[in-house]
Design a protein around this ligand. Sequence first.
Ligand SMILES: Nc1ncnc2c1ncn2[C@@H]1O[C@H](COP(=O)(O)OP(=O)(O)OP(=O)(O)O)[C@@H](O)[C@H]1O
Ligand SMILES: [Mg+2]
Length: 394
Amino acid sequence: MGPTGQAHAWTTVLTGGTTRDMHQPAMRAPFRPGTGARPPYLAGRGDKQALLREFLTNLGAGLAPGTFVVLYGPRGNGKTALLGWLEREAGRSFGVATTAALPTEIPDGASLVARIEPTRWYHWFTSETIASIGRSWRTKEPMAAVAGRVLAARARKTPLLLLLDEAHRLRPEAGEALLTAAQRVAADLPFLLVLAGTPDVRPHLDTLGASFWNRAEKIRLGRLDPSGAADGFREPFRNAEIRVEAEALDRMVRESECYPYFIQLLGRAVWRRALASAAEPRVTPEVVEAAIPEFRAQKDDYYLDRFEEFERFGLLPVATGVAKAFASRNVLSAAGLDEAIQTGLGERADRDSLGRARSALRNLGFVWRVRGRPDWEPGIPSLMDFMREHAGSS
Ligand SMILES: Nc1ncnc2c1ncn2[C@@H]1O[C@H](COP(=O)(O)OP(=O)(O)OP(=O)(O)O)[C@@H](O)[C@H]1O
Ligand SMILES: [Mg+2]
């Protein structure tokens, strides 16, 4: 396609068929930074998608999975994005019905039951009535048994997928019933529960029942690998027929640190520059360089939120101590992390406070275990730079 044809093609893509002047603000960038925002292209998750598709295939064939799934990983790595993909995939090609819920929507067993079977008679009652029904049920029959019955009734009619995002916030009143019921029903019927949560979903499940974590199929979601991150940048541009030069792509991958949220943030900044820069947009190294200041300013805003979070939790000295320990290396041993935390804690360092600080850093996604090893890596490397840079501000 010649230059003119190409320009026409991307203009048409961007404007949904009507040719407009290419500098019009109506050209919405496909990149969407933000919690839960659906990415233009779900990059680098092929192995996880294949595993989840296998579950869907079996469910669609009426087979009982015998387990449930937990997606877990630090914030901004795409748990919600993958759940969204799963929901669409289930409906599109596997004939599996999906119900999605958040912990705030199911504060107790009765609301859980109402959520699973929303068309039943109790749908017509107020939440207070449902709560009192829940109480009277509980006196006769444990809530897990009620939930199990309702789940089984649905799964007998149609294979069923139940998605629960933010599972680290699941209230015990609903959580125990849900997990017990899910295990029982998934043993015999085509029913799959998929939970997604930050790394503290594990200790949280442990408080709901000793064996839930061990019995689950775990899917770990960390940063992408470089080729996945490259796809995350390349594909949305390719769909709009905008060429991305190899060196520019390399630069974007490095700058994003393969962190999905940053792919969206940087992708959007580059998109704007590419469209503003020439009659025929193209992503060159110069375009990327020009977009980087905007990206870094937004990244700093994001990091300042993190900084304030540490401040609120009294974790600033600990986080700074750990950031300093990462200054010269990419990975810390288990003992190395504890030593860095201890330095940050100073005189307050006893075993309990050490353990609490370690869990807090992990739960906030500041550190993350290297796959299959007891060592630790930064959740996002440049957050360590930010913490070191502002160490004196605490
Ligand atoms: N595989 C991916 N490829 C490209 N972008 C992605 C991918 N996964 C997620 N994103 C983008 O990253 C950002 C964060 O994704 P998402 O909100 O799903 O993360 P999360 O793990 O659910 O975070 P949180 O724990 O804060 O809820 C979103 O802007 C999303 O579009
Ligand atoms: Mg999420």
